[in-house]
Write a new protein. Structure first.
Length: 289
């Protein structure tokens, strides 16, 4: 905290020096110029610190120019997108493995593959490095580990972000600086509406079923299945919250086409999907009975 405060003060002071140097009027009168030179000889400390500021300014501008004119300084950005029907495996340079779910993506710099951004769902098997943490950023959460395996469900349009730890230790930081440390078998749930987090246990067979291209429901809320369909097939189901108290059981293959999985769910669970347009549906039927 002190370091940040000192850093902020030094940056503010530097900005002030730059502002004064930029806006200070230039006196052309030779007498006034001589007076300034004469005064400067009587204030060596002022000259010294002004010289230091000038050196710092040159160094800063040089560093900035190197960054601007050398696009490879921070590495090239790589984005991996899974547009297929089955999970996609990604092997990073450090030996870590990532399995990307449907309609999911990761992005990272070639200079540092241990810091990345996730949109969607992925399972991580992180190669341990005590000197360099592995960092995953979602739209709401920051995850830090050294070496472990965990699942992150962070689809953009979902109402929750889920982090499920299988092995090792994991630190999660949410908005408002909320921090939680997870142990194996624990799942963190971040509610996007109220910005709150809570911990619970999870069923790995259900949570990780997608790795085998499956959706497993065991007396699961219908919301869960509808969320999966929305995330996998990039559709919207208008009235799914009307059936939030309904539960469903069954096993469905997630590598099917949308038409195929809708037909199976409709036949086995008396659910009717009414297409409002190409990407929007409404569900009907005596689902809760």
């Amino acid at each position: 905290m002190k370091h940040k405060k000192d850093k902020d003060l030094s940056e503010a002071h530097f900005d002030e020096l730059i502002h004064k140097a930029w806006n200070k009027p230039v006196k052309s009168n030779s007498v006034k110029l001589w007076q300034r030179i004469d005064k400067s000889t009587k204030k060596p400390n002022y000259v010294f610190w002004k010289s230091i500021a000038a050196v710092l300014l040159i160094a800063l501008l040089t560093t900035a120019s190197l960054t601007i004119f050398n696009p490879d300084a921070s590495g090239k950005m790589v984005e991996v997108i899974n547009t297929g029907r089955t999970p996609k495996e990604v092997l990073l340079d450090d030996g870590s493995k990532i399995l990307l779910n449907r309609n999911s993506s990761i992005s990272y710099s070639t200079k540092n593959t241990r810091t990345l951004k996730l949109n969607g769902e992925a399972f991580f098997e992180v190669k341990k490095d005590d000197n360099k943490p592995f960092i995953v950023n979602t739209a709401e959460l920051n995850l830090r580990v050294l070496g472990t395996s965990f699942n992150v469900n962070a689809y953009k349009n979902a109402k929750e972000t889920l982090v499920s730890l299988v092995e090792g230790k994991l630190k999660v930081t949410a908005l408002k600086h909320q921090e939680k440390y997870l142990s194996p078998g624990e799942e963190l749930v971040f509610n996007k509406e109220n910005k709150r987090i809570h911990l619970n246990t999870f069923n790995s067979n259900s949570v990780l079923a997608w790795k085998s291209s499956l959706i497993k429901c065991n007396n699961t809320s219908l919301d869960f299945l509808m969320d999966r369909l929305e995330n996998y097939y990039n559709i919207k189901i208008d009235n799914k919250t009307d059936f939030s108290n309904c539960v469903i059981s069954g096993e469905f293959r997630s590598d099917l086409s949308l038409a195929e999985i809708i037909e199976i769910i409709s036949f086995s669970h008396n659910i009717e999907f009414k297409a409002l347009n190409e990407k929007e549906y409404k569900i009907e039927g005596n689902i809760c009975e």
